[in-house]
Design a protein around this ligand. Structure first.
Ligand SMILES: C=C1C[C@]23C[C@H]1CC[C@H]2[C@]1(C)CCC[C@@](C)(C(=O)O)[C@H]1[C@@H]3C(=O)O
Ligand SMILES: O=C(O)CCC(=O)C(=O)O
Ligand SMILES: [Fe+2]
Length: 378
């Protein structure tokens, strides 16, 4: 029997015969680590495992002046953002306006969640086709190149009515003792959403647009909040926490703990992003690359794991409202790089047909939109 299959059956709190899907969700590293070799499903190909110690040493962008309305500071921030987005699509921000206590509280809640027994985490499991919920190594979705991580994701501001706020979501999936967790994440998401709109303002100015252009476009947008836990791995050099990919959404705002493991592909090589507690890590995603008509790069990145310490990150993925058309503004449209699409079409593609990697957007455009055109031909 495949070693991982036996581990998963051994540690499953469910009857594997009638609950194969739940059994496969269990990612219990204390048991997985007892095996002499890393289970084959966690192995990644050589080319994805290129080791690096190079560090991307770009000064974080200080947002203080811009947030206080200082024109000179805004001009500087705009030019730093433009340079980073044209080059690789990645930058860090400090003095971002998100209270450090709110950030710490969100880390504490995330830590408490991941320390729960597996059976409890699985009660909030992700449903097929949905991005929300708990997932262990995405083992219910993929059979190879499994990421060495567990994740817990939930939507923020779906504008579907107050009954869907995070306090109620946490209570409904984890029970009444998670009400406080819901409040903490509600506050965290509110603050990071405000930050995202400020960054969209800088992005708009940097592309020669009115400062409010993307702010208005994303005001009613939908976001996904994700907690990532990367446990230590005895054979860390053979696997990855998150494989090389570009985020399919528009903008990603990440806060990592002090362990380190995030790497971006910049200047033709993988480079380490040293953790910096005061900073948020920001990257451009595929949908914003399309909205800028290809001027700004969707950042290729990955997360490596290590032998000693668990690593955690809080990730806020910002997207337009599901059915809003993704089309660049008129003055960026000399030669159109991508056809119109909607976030819900791209999201559906990543959930049901394709695992996000370095070429998600182009593959989506090539395969799906050409199919769509064929279907609509008379
Ligand atoms: C629409 C989405 C797909 C992913 C979750 C959201 C936003 C980012 C995507 C993801 C994180 C990109 C890397 C690969 C992925 C499979 C992951 O490792 O978690 C992606 C998400 C997903 O499908 O769960
Ligand atoms: O955890 C990290 O540092 C990166 C995670 C990531 O890239 C993602 O969740 O999309
Ligand atoms: Fe990512």
């Amino acid at each position: 029997m495949d070693p991982i299959a036996s581990t998963l059956i051994l540690c499953s709190p469910f009857d594997i015969k009638n609950d194969k899907e739940n059994g496969l969700l269990v990612f219990d590293t204390s048991l997985l680590q007892k095996q002499a070799n890393l289970p084959a499903r966690f192995l990644w190909p050589h080319e994805d495992l290129v080791y690096t110690q190079d560090e991307l040493k770009e000064t974080p962008i200080d947002l203080k002046g811009f947030l206080n309305g200082d024109e000179k500071a805004t001009i500087l921030a705009v030019s730093q953002i433009r340079a980073a987005c044209v080059n690789h699509g990645f930058f860090q921000v400090t003095n971002h306006g998100v209270d450090i206590h709110v950030i710490r509280a969100a880390h504490d809640e995330m830590d408490a969640f991941f320390k729960l027994p597996v059976s409890r985490k699985v009660s909030a499991k992700r449903k097929p086709g949905s991005v929300w919920g708990y997932s262990g190594a995405h083992a219910d979705r993929y059979s190879s190149k499994l990421p060495w991580k567990e994740t817990f994701s939930f939507g923020y501001d779906y504008v579907n009515g107050p009954e869907l706020d995070l306090v109620n979501y946490f209570k409904s999936v984890l029970g009444k003792d998670f009400e406080e967790t819901g409040y903490v994440f509600q506050k965290y998401c509110e603050a990071v959403k405000i930050l995202s709109l400020a960054i969209f303002e800088l992005l708009a100015i940097s592309l020669g647009l009115d400062g409010s252009y993307y702010r208005k476009y994303f005001e009613d947008g939908c976001s996904i909040m994700r907690c990532n836990n990367y446990p230590p791995c005895n054979q860390a050099g053979l696997t990855l926490g998150t494989g090389p990919h570009c985020d399919p959404n528009s903008l990603t705002i990440l806060h990592q703990d002090q362990v380190g493991g995030l790497e971006v592909f910049a200047n033709n090589k993988w480079q380490v992003i040293r953790p910096f507690p005061e900073a948020f890590v920001v990257n451009i995603g595929d949908t914003f690359m399309a909205l800028s008509n290809g001027r700004y790069k969707s950042c290729l990145h990955r997360a490596v794991v290590n032998k000693e310490r668990a690593r955690r990150s809080l990730v806020f993925f910002v997207s337009p409202k599901e059915d809003k058309v993704v089309r660049p503004p008129q003055n960026l449209l000399e030669t159109r790089k991508y056809p119109d699409f909607t976030w819900s079409e791209l999201q559906e593609f990543t959930q049901n047909h394709y695992r996000a990697d370095a070429t998600t957007l182009q593959t989506f455009i090539d395969k799906f939109l050409s199919k769509k055109t064929n279907h609509t031909k008379p």
